[in-house]
Design a protein around this ligand. Structure first.
Ligand SMILES: Nc1nc2c(ncn2[C@@H]2O[C@H](COP(=O)(O)OP(=O)(O)OP(=O)(O)O)[C@@H](O)[C@H]2O)c(=O)[nH]1
Ligand SMILES: [Mg+2]
Length: 246
């Protein structure tokens, strides 16, 4: 496949290119070098949070709204803890199936095994490829809140931390690192009790930061409530400069 095919939105070429880029092959590197000048227009959103927080359900809703705006959107589902949670990616595939017939939605799942050059690098390169291919929004979904998730979260311009009220996945149990990386907090499952308490806990935990206060948005991913407001908050949030890899 050629760089021109990617620029011409050839989906088969894009899928093959993505595999080369993930595996850090010479063909992949050459393509990236040609395509990098065409990247830089996409909004890159990170979606992270504890297992089962509703990231995939929320992602699905974001994709629906972004498509309704007529924009193209790509989703990279990264699972750093695979093969333990290998089932989660399968579940995501099923959940995202409603978009599978839509050529303007590109979905890719990545597990950690076998990435020469590291997961963060592969994810970053894939993001560049999709950006150059003309996707207006790229969403990177990662499971968990550990160190490798923080690394992946930094690959997004705006990182959304998805938390759930009343689960013990509250701010005290969340590693400080991920709290600092997030510019936007989505309190999902706001249909359950405790959403306001969680919001004030997040507020208190981030109050000492000197930078811009984070956006805190209550959502119900299950029925889409608040997801419009979340997307608005994401677009309003200050954007991080992306890291470069040698
Ligand atoms: N009550 C309620 N349940 C929700 C909501 N959003 C998602 N769920 C449920 O929470 C469960 C987990 O949702 P997922 O979207 O798979 O969560 P996830 O964070 O992607 O999960 P992993 O990828 O396994 O970490 C599912 O059973 C959803 O139906 C919500 O707003 N309210
Ligand atoms: Mg998921």
């Amino acid at each position: 496949m050629s760089a021109q095919q990617i620029l011409d939105s050839d989906l088969r070429a894009l899928a093959r290119a993505a595999t080369h880029v993930e595996n850090n092959t010479p063909v992949g590197s050459e393509l990236l070098a040609e395509l990098a000048p065409h990247a830089g227009r996409a909004l890159i959103i990170g979606l992270t949070g504890p297992p089962g927080a509703g990231k995939s359900t929320l992602c699905n809703q974001l994709v629906r709204i972004i498509r309704a705006e007529g924009l193209k959107v790509a989703v990279i589902a990264v699972d750093p803890s695979s093969p333990l949670t290998g089932g989660a990616i399968l579940g995501d595939r099923i959940r995202m199936q409603q978009h599978h017939d839509d050529p303007n939605v590109f979905i890719r799942s990545m597990a950690t095994r076998g990435f020469a050059g590291g997961l963060a690098r592969s994810t970053k390169d894939l993001t560049t490829l999709l950006d150059a291919a003309g996707y207006d929004v790229v969403i990177i979904e990662t499971v968990g809140v550990g160190q490798s998730e923080i690394e992946v979260a930094r690959l997004a311009q705006v990182t959304v931390l998805v938390l759930v009220p009343g689960t013990g996945d509250d701010v005290q149990s969340i590693k400080a690192g991920i709290m600092e990386v997030a510019q936007v907090f989505a309190i999902n499952k706001a249909d359950l009790p405790g959403a306001d308490l969680l919001a004030s806990n997040i507020h208190a935990a981030t109050a000492l930061d000197t930078g811009t206060p984070p956006e805190i948005v209550k959502v119900v991913a299950l029925d889409g409530k608040g997801v419009d407001e979340l997307l608005t908050a994401i677009r309003r949030a200050p954007r991080r400069t992306l890291p470069t890899f040698a």
